[in-house]
Write a protein that binds this ligand. Structure first.
Ligand code: GLN
Length: 281
């Protein structure tokens, strides 16, 4: 069995189960088994695979064919400019969430200091990506999941950011430490009744805690807005990820609590995905 045939064979199995990017998934999984970059595979298609690696690869293909996301199999995911360690029980970073990073960096382009709070920090991907870009920014990340806190700490260490960040396991309702120039969050915002319609990979493998936003999808977002109105400095910014159909509702919640709406940003699929607002009093 050589690399070319292993990819073809794996891809056929995944295609049968309607897995969309079957070739890409196989390449990522095989590269991971061989501890090489994907481009190594393309340049070495006729290299034979030893039996042990072939067996490991086949096991990963089997797990992928049952819907387990690639990032949970490789235990890593690229996001913005870094590679993050990922594990089951933690939301996998989405490319669409990168619009929050881009928007934040634009917003703070001329600032060389900011104190940031990330609510529902997950893997740490949002907060750590910003800190990596802005060497004089400091941050705290809070999450109700202890797995998230230990994983975020690991990722901070991997990116050499542990001196500028702290992670605290707490419900945001009980958190009242510090004043912030920026609060950022990708809260759970899927309507509880719609979780069953998400793709199988998400529905069956990703944590409900990071997805379920209550009966109208905005329950957790509202908690964050309320907390942000007390923890932000005057003129501080709130950058929120939202569901594609939540713009009007969230704008209304923000205005009620004294926020000025700066900007709505669309994701790569042209859905409304991010709201930037300012605490004005
Ligand atoms: N965008 C995610 C999804 O598509 C949802 C993430 C969230 O609820 N914050 O599943």
């Amino acid at each position: 069995m050589n690399i070319y045939n292993a990819i073809k064979e794996g891809s056929k199995i995944l295609k049968k189960k309607d897995i969309k990017f079957s070739d890409l998934d196989c390449e990522i999984l095989l590269a991971n088994v061989l501890k090489k970059q994907r481009k190594y595979l393309i340049l070495n298609l006729d290299k034979p695979l030893n039996k042990k690696n072939y067996e490991i690869y086949k096991d990963l293909i089997n797990q992928r064919s049952n819907g387990k996301p690639v990032a949970y199999l490789t235990k890593k995911k690229d996001f913005w400019n870094s590679e993050f360690i990922i594990e089951e029980g933690i939301l996998i970073p989405r490319p669409d969430t990168e619009v929050l990073i881009e928007a934040t960096l634009k917003l703070f382009k001329n600032k060389d200091y900011a104190n940031i709070l990330d609510i529902g920090v997950g893997s740490g991907c949002i907060l750590l990506s910003i800190l990596k870009e802005k060497p004089c920014f400091y941050g705290k990340g809070v999450d109700i999941s202890s797995k998230s806190i230990s994983l975020s700490k690991l990722n901070a260490k991997k990116l050499s950011l542990e001196n500028r960040v702290k992670f605290i396991k707490t419900d945001v309702d009980n958190f009242c430490l510090g004043k912030y120039d920026l609060i950022i969050s990708n809260p759970p915002y899927i309507n509880s009744n719609k979780i069953k319609y998400l793709e199988k990979d998400v529905r069956e493998f990703e944590p409900k805690l990071a997805l379920d936003g209550g009966l109208d999808g905005t329950f957790k977002t509202l908690k964050i807005i309320k907390k942000a109105s007390t923890l932000l400095k005057s003129n501080g910014k709130l950058v929120l990820e939202i569901g594609y159909d939540q713009k009007t509702k969230i704008i209304c919640l923000l205005k009620k609590r004294g926020f000025y709406i700066n900007n709505i940003i669309k994701d790569y699929a042209k859905n409304d995905r991010c709201i930037i607002s300012t605490k004005i009093n």
